[in-house]
Design a protein around this ligand. Structure first.
Ligand code: NAP
Length: 272
């Protein structure tokens, strides 16, 4: 029941109406009998986002595009992983002090851990914001990184930061020689409405490669479908999304929510 003690949480981004975060967090608050509500906010700028959190005493916030980097300077404290990645996706409001965390990097590696990451060759497609967190997580688990990106400079910068190899996406010759243990698509290629698009040349997909896509709209991207038809094991984009949300919920409440229940809520109500 919402009453005068109900605590406020939310996601801040622009645009943000597509976000599935309210679904999973409101479900988890109800499931654990916590008197809180989680809403979606589309502030005009990052300073308005911080003002809102402070003024309304919002207890916890998810931060998404385009505020993940720009809000860092407004925080009272940041954990060392978020600082190293250069992006914050979670705010904890601890008695008025705003603490920043990044749960994306843990969320990216969690679904891969059962397959083993240490010593494996991990190929990341893309070098944007999500790739930064994914690369950090893989490096922390001692995987060997190869970055493929369309923009050479951006790809080289990411590769240099994590001591990785880099090849431009159109360098077919070198890409054909890579036999990654794990391939992770962090580009929006294949996302709704352009679902027929592919981020990686199919000819070079090896049946032994574990293929992960971080896009979850559609849940089964063309990359994942084609990988499955070649015999690859696959991980869909909801996995990372659910893990980053579960880590946020833990930071806010100290409770580890059930990932499978959260997944069911999205599949039932999420329109994927
Ligand atoms: P971003 O910062 O804009 O980076 C996008 C990356 O994709 C860039 O490296 C860009 O290459 C590349 N790219 C874009 N269009 C391309 C194309 N047509 N062909 C080849 N490469 C292309 O975006 P982001 O924040 O990293 O997000 C990327 C995707 O991940 C989005 O779809 C987002 O929804 C999804 N995501 C999912 C989760 C999750 O929890 N599952 C979390 C975060 C993000 P250039 O450098 O060449 O421009």
């Amino acid at each position: 029941m919402i009453d005068s003690f109900t605590q406020l949480y939310g996601v801040f981004g622009n645009p943000v109406r597509h976000s599935k975060s309210p679904l999973i967090h409101n479900f988890a608050f109800q499931y654990h009998n916590i008197n809180a509500v989680y809403l979606a906010f589309e502030p005009a700028g990052v300073s308005k986002c911080i003002d809102a959190v402070r003024t309304l005493n919002i207890k916890g916030a998810s931060i998404t595009i385009p505020f993940k980097e720009s809000l860092m300077e407004y925080l009272d404290w940041m954990d060392e992983d978020a600082a190293a990645i250069g992006a914050v996706n979670t705010i904890v409001n601890k008695e008025g002090s705003l603490l920043g965390f990044n749960t994306d990097y843990k969320a990216a590696v969690e679904p891969l851990k059962p397959f083993g990451i240490t010593g494996k060759q991990v190929c990341i497609l893309g070098a944007g914001g999500a790739a930064q967190a994914v690369a950090y997580g893989i490096k922390k688990e001692k995987g060997h990184l190869v970055i493929l990106n369309r923009n050479k400079k951006k790809g080289e910068n990411l590769a240099e930061k994590y001591n990785a190899d880099f090849f431009p996406l159109d360098d077919k010759e070198n890409i054909s020689k890579i036999q990654p243990d794990i391939l992770i698509n962090t580009t929006p290629v294949g996302m709704h409405p352009n679902i027929a698009h592919l981020s990686f040349p199919l000819d070079y997909l090896n049946p032994d490669t574990i293929v992960m896509d971080i896009i979850y709209n559609p849940l089964k991207t063309r990359l994942l479908k084609e990988a499955q038809s070649k015999g690859c094991r696959t991980i869909d984009g909801l996995s990372m999304f659910l893990h980053q949300g579960a880590h946020q919920f833990r930071l806010w409440t100290g409770i580890s929510p059930d990932i499978d229940l959260m997944r069911n809520i999205i599949l039932k109500n999420g329109d994927l």
